[in-house]
Design a protein around this ligand. Structure first.
Ligand code: AMP
Length: 365
């Protein structure tokens, strides 16, 4: 975790190899963007035949912490990135030791993997969050419940996503049950954000410190999972400026390289809180595929390979809808709509709630 400025490496030429840790849909769309820029892509994922592996030059089938696999991966790739943030820190070190450039770097990963580190970092960076308290055991939860107003949200410190590992607490009497329901794991107790809507901002930074920020998206969730993003969101200029300032501060203070997603609570009257940051391409940035000349996937590949960042202005209005589980059965009907573009992830089994595809409904600006 050094604060020394990163050296600016030369841009990788087409034909170089990009490695992606993770073979899901984000890896797949990153791989497709990279191959369009002339790069070869290798995926590392424990699941054979992953969605990303099937559109890439190759896949190493191994656990994310397998030292031999990481050594080979690090040696064949000129730059390595990831599509999910729970990559073990040790894996990133092993890749760097094998000679690969890794972006985003270990600091961004460490911060995004731990909700307490994340909120502490954000507040120090001038990006306010909800009030929160650290919870390590039942007595500390009971103490936190004296400080954080009810209802409050108990979230595991690590490895929570899409609303998993979270429980609302409405009265102090629910403390023991809530603690048990999150598996008695280290946690954070959060005050409820009284938001009028949820927004997000997708931004990028290159090795040279240049930044690029997309217009805001307005997000709706169902059962803790993103359902829709409408972008560019209608926001007043003060909110837009505030969100952009937050994005730049976060990118700069993490010495970040790549695309980063920031989830925001809009409290009204141009007041924003940061819910969380994701050190990767983000589901709320899928609208850029059909709303911008350079989408978030290409932007990420440009950033990590040292290419100039692409333009971020919207040329269309997009409503992105996630297709979960059996929603995918509508593919044929959706494919017949002239104002919608379907993005399917090539996943076999449509288990309930599984992200199978998204559809972008496009209107002129
Ligand atoms: P997360 O996993 O932290 O992204 O949370 C998933 C969703 O839960 C968010 O998009 C919000 O809709 C809701 N949520 C999370 N934290 C809070 C909070 N402190 N107050 C109100 N709603 C929240």
């Amino acid at each position: 975790m050094s604060d020394a400025p990163s050296p600016v490496p030369p841009a990788l030429a087409p034909g170089s190899t990009v490695g992606i840790l993770g073979g899901g849909q984000l890896g797949r769309m990153l791989s497709q963007a990279a191959s369009r820029l002339g790069f070869d892509v290798v995926i590392l994922d424990p699941e054979e035949n992953s969605p990303a592996g099937r559109v890439s030059r190759g896949q190493i089938v191994a656990a994310y912490d397998d030292p031999t696999a990481l050594n080979v991966f690090g040696r064949v790739c000129d730059v390595v990135t990831f599509e999910f943030e729970n990559v073990p820190a040790r894996s990133v070190e092993l890749l760097a030791e094998a000679g690969a450039r890794v972006a985003p770097g270990p600091r961004a990963l460490a911060v995004a993997q731990d909700r307490i580190l994340e909120k502490t970092f954000l507040n120090e960076a001038g990006a306010p969050t909800v009030e929160f308290a650290m919870v390590d055991d039942l007595p500390s939860l009971e103490t936190a419940l004296q400080v954080i107003p009810l209802p409050a949200l108990l979230k595991t410190r690590r490895e929570g996503y899409d609303g998993k590992g979270q429980v609302w607490i409405k009265s102090v009497k629910q403390a023991a049950a809530a603690w048990a329901s999150i598996g008695e794991r280290p946690a954070v107790l959060e005050a409820r954000a009284l938001f009028v809507r949820e927004l997000s901002i997708i931004c990028a930074r290159g090795w040279d410190g240049k930044t690029a920020v997309y217009p805001l998206g307005w997000n709706t969730h169902k059962g803790g999972v993103l359902k829709t993003t409408v972008a560019p969101a209608e926001v007043d200029s003060k909110t837009e400026r505030r969100a952009r300032a937050i994005a730049r501060a976060v990118l700069e203070q993490l010495d970040y390289v790549g695309v980063l997603g920031i989830e925001l609570f809009d409290l009204g009257e141009s007041r924003l809180l940061v819910n969380e940051i994701a050190p990767r391409v983000h589901n709320t940035g899928h609208w850029t595929q059909d709303g911008c000349v350079c989408d978030q996937f290409e932007q990420h590949i440009r950033a990590i390979t040292g290419w100039p960042l692409g333009p971020t202005a919207a040329h269309a209005h997009v409503e992105m809808t996630n297709l979960l589980g059996e929603d995918i059965d509508q593919w044929e009907k959706l494919a017949g709509n002239s104002d919608r573009r379907l993005h399917l992830y090539g996943k076999g089994e449509a288990r309930p709630g599984r992200k199978m595809a998204h559809v972008n409904r496009v209107r002129p600006l």
